[in-house]
Design a protein around this ligand. Structure first.
Ligand code: PNW
Length: 472
């Protein structure tokens, strides 16, 4: 076999790392911030592992200077973070709170002074609780509130942030939040989850328009989808149909309105028992279909599905779920299977070919649109050794495999411009609390001390050279 000695990326390729506000900031009640749906959810008994919450998280709100210095030491070219909506607009409406905006201005200036490009995500799941109390994403009004919030941020930071992302993974917001209920706000209402999906699409479109009105020429507006790689268990027509149904609910429901200005007909048909889609108003699909400067793709693992009648008994996947509280409205008769092979500590199968396939799919879906991998990474149970060093060879192997697959997609004609490792540091992993460690940098949850793992040192060489060092 001819294995290439080294894998190199184009010189302009952007190497970054990503985080999100609720997962790292802490300072939950400081400087005027009010609860988001994740504050409420994580303080509700039984919702998160160990009752963990983000009150302090990893205290990034107070340690951002040191964190940025660490990014600079690692040689990162870009940092993707998100803004806590309720820090900036505590009620989800009205004028911005200056102290809230100031934090992000200080963070951005710190990044810029180290030559690190900020990539700002407006919404990474932390809806102001007041907006949820008014109905949340199933209410159309929430989309208009998001557009107003987007404009406030654009006015405040448009002079210094070039890369904007409207929503992170609207699939999680809609279907984990309102259908399976494993994410905030924890509702289990399939009809509401489809309304939520539509209003997230509308929020993206209205937000993009509002943002553009405030941004100077040259700014880039994108959305990050956790576009899922859905594989049928067999070529049996029933399994292919099951895979199509899940693909529509995972991908088409967002990229349809956003990239093509239409919901897939197969989606409308397959969800007829759940909704008549009457909440899609005349003109909405023009509003959702705004020109984009780039598309963000988040990838972790593929899904393997079959028709229920074709499901042999065997281990089922637990990440995407099957059964009564599955996050798939109208697809109760689809079964999810554990893909073969190695798994991370999330139980997610390690499959770099999925990243290649995903990037090629969106190269066909949106020809010419620049693509960024806005998240990719893995959780492992990393602990420091006696000398305080953290060795995570599994994570290095995961990154090496996925970056090799990504390079192959570039060879195959994909316009991939950058890659953001999830995550820079260990952090609050939503319903899993602090149990799952996705960081390239270890965080000691007693002292909050940061220690770059061996993967951080490895990735630092990638970021500095644009070439993958051999596996250790
Ligand atoms: C993403 N799923 O979450 C998020 O964008 C991050 O905030 C998160 O920490 C990271 O991936 C790791 O989980 C996901 O069930 C959560 O398919 C769940 C799913 C996918 C992505």
């Amino acid at each position: 076999m001819t294995e290439p000695m080294s894998v190199s990326f184009p010189p302009a390729f952007v190497w970054g790392a990503a985080t999100s506000a609720y997962q790292i900031e802490g300072a939950a009640a400081e400087d005027g911030r009010t609860p988001s749906i994740w504050d409420t959810f994580s303080h509700t008994p039984g919702r998160t592992a160990g009752g963990d919450h983000g009150d302090v998280a990893i205290d990034h709100y107070h340690r951002y200077r040191d964190d940025v210095a660490m990014m600079a030491e690692l040689g990162l070219a870009s940092y993707r973070f998100s803004v806590s909506w309720s820090r900036v607009q505590p009620t989800g409406r009205g004028p911005a709170v200056q102290r809230g905006l100031d934090f992000y201005r200080r963070l951005v200036d710190e990044l810029l002074s180290h030559g690190i490009k900020p990539a700002l995500t407006l919404y990474h799941w932390d809806l102001p609780q007041e907006l949820e109390d008014a109905g949340g994403w199933p209410e159309r009004e929430t989309a208009y509130r998001f557009a107003e919030y987007a404009a406030l941020l654009g006015q405040a930071l448009g002079d210094r942030v070039e890369q904007w992302i409207t929503l992170n993974e609207p699939w999680c917001s809609a279907f984990l939040g309102y259908c399976s209920g494993v994410h905030a706000p924890g509702r289990t209402d399939p009809e509401a989850s489809l309304r939520a999906a539509h209003h997230l699409n509308l929020a993206h479109g209205l937000g993009t328009t509002a943002l553009r009105a405030t941004l100077p020429a040259g700014a880039s507006v994108a959305v990050s989808l956790n576009s899922q790689v859905i594989r049928p268990l067999s070529q049996d027509p029933a399994d292919l149909e099951a895979a199509q149904r899940i693909d529509d609910l995972a991908n088409g429901v967002f990229h349809g309105p956003i990239l093509h200005g239409a919901y897939p007909e197969t989606l409308i048909k397959a969800t007829r028992s759940v909704t008549d889609w009457a909440f899609v108003q005349q003109g909405d699909l023009v509003l959702t279909h705004q020109p984009l400067d780039a598309l963000g793709l988040n990838y972790y693992t593929p899904a393997l599905v079959s028709a229920a009648e074709n499901a042999p008994s065997g281990p089922l996947a637990d990440n995407h779920g099957s059964g009564a509280r599955a996050p798939w409205p109208g697809a109760d008769d689809v079964t999810f299977h554990q893909p073969p092979g190695e798994r991370t500590s999330m139980g997610w199968a390690v499959d770099p070919t999925g990243l290649h396939d995903l990037v090629m799919r969106y190269t066909r879906e949106a020809p010419g649109l620049p693509l960024y991998i806005t998240e990719n990474g893995a959780a492992y149970d990393d602990e420091p050794d006696a000398e305080g060093r953290v060795h995570d060879p599994e994570r290095i192997a995961y990154l090496h495999g996925h970056l090799t697959a990504l390079r192959r997609a570039v060879d195959d004609g994909a316009e991939v411009r950058g890659y953001y490792l999830w995550s820079l540091m260990d952090n609050f992993e939503w319903a899993y609390g602090y149990e799952k460690r996705f960081g390239a940098v270890h965080v000691d949850y007693e002292t909050l001390a940061r220690t770059p793992k061996s993967s951080a040192h490895w990735y630092s060489r990638v970021a500095r050279t644009g070439t993958l060092p051999p596996l250790p």
